[in-house]
Design a protein around this ligand. Sequence first.
Ligand code: PLP
Length: 467
Amino acid sequence: MSSDQSTMDQRWIETDNEHLIHPFSALHGQKQKELACFASSQGIWLTSSSGERYIDAAGGLWCVNVGHGRQELAHAAAEQMARLPFLHSFANFTHLPQLELTDKLLSILPPGFDRVFYGNSGSDANDTNVKLIWRYNNVLGRPDKKKIIARQSGYHGSTVIAGSLTGITAAHRSFDIPRPGFLHTVAADWHRRPAHIDTEEQFVRYLAGELEKLICAEGPETIAAFFAEPISGSGGIIPPPRGYFPAIDAVLKRYDILMVADEVITGFGRTGSWFASQRYNVRPDFITLSKGITSGYLPLSASVISKQVSEVLYSEQTEGGSFGHGFTASGHPVCTAVALANINILEREQLPANAAKVGSYLIAQLRERLADRPFVSDIRGDGLLMTVEFDKDPESRTPFRDASRAGHFAIQACHDEKLIVRGARGRALAAMAPPLTLTESEADQIVDRLERAMPRIEEAMHGGSFD
Ligand SMILES: Cc1ncc(COP(=O)(O)O)c(C=O)c1O
């Protein structure tokens, strides 16, 4: 690409087609795909290399919480790069940005947390959490208590361990994961609940019962931890039924099982609270953070550990006191400086509160204008994390046989209206996580564009192409 990043000529298309592996793409179909090349962004807007403006209703990959183009973050990065561009954090090396960030995080997190470990991605933060959980049980002299339970439709990343936690089969295929010792219980998916369930109360009882059955079948002495996103994101924007987490917590406590809240998407104001754990009464021992911690401007993750767990970890008396885990960029000075500046913006502009207010407005508008359309079967979400779901028969919630393809079609129809939304494997969705700066008039524009895409979506759905 030329240095002004605004042209996409044939040479670069060939480089992309011949030499680049895109994450989560169809390798065999790469050459047939039209590339979507973007050159600049501001607020909720992305500008393509040919100068067309799109609304980024997906907030990148559910991460651009403060919106695009914040010069304050660019300056924070440049300043830190000029002063101290790199310092590792191994052994006793440290620097101010990671210390200030740690203090700030502990001040906004729910009470009871007192240690932070920094990494580079949501996936590696979940790997770190698994390693710490294994170590915790080793310190406690419970070498058999190592299995991890996550949930179907949960997404926790794509490294070998995080990919094993992930409960989406498309992310497992051909990779020999999940590895042994990683189990999945039923998703808290009200929209896809079993036919015999009528109330949220019944559903919660059923879900807690399924978890307990799995624990008992495997042997409680073998189960170390349970991983869950407060709202499943990449699996289809699945908020929990009322009372779900307290019921799950009771089961976990009964068998001395740790709880990890993966707040990679839901953290930093996305659902209207700083963290969704507060909102949904999750009582985690670990919290996984990434994405919104820098609004995606730089890679950074944090594994946050409760006082109770860290006391055990710190009680270990090993020869030389070795903690053999870490990354070159753990606590990277530029990433942590940008994270701090990012959280200052979220705080100063009260963006979590804006997410709650404009999120309620957007979801109400979506319901008012789209709920009665023929294939719309559900409109759900919380704060600025929401989705419209399409089913073949909304009445009975019967999905399309090829729901993934129906979903792709809906995303493409929105793209044609210059609206970027996301989908989920095996579902037909138009999912959204716009910047938390969203205004009501920008929310209206999202709904306008979605409404304009609807006739094409419906025509294809009527035509039976996805049955
Ligand atoms: C809830 C959750 N956890 C973990 C991850 C993995 O993060 P990363 O892609 O940074 O490895 C994601 C990514 O979408 C996520 O949504």
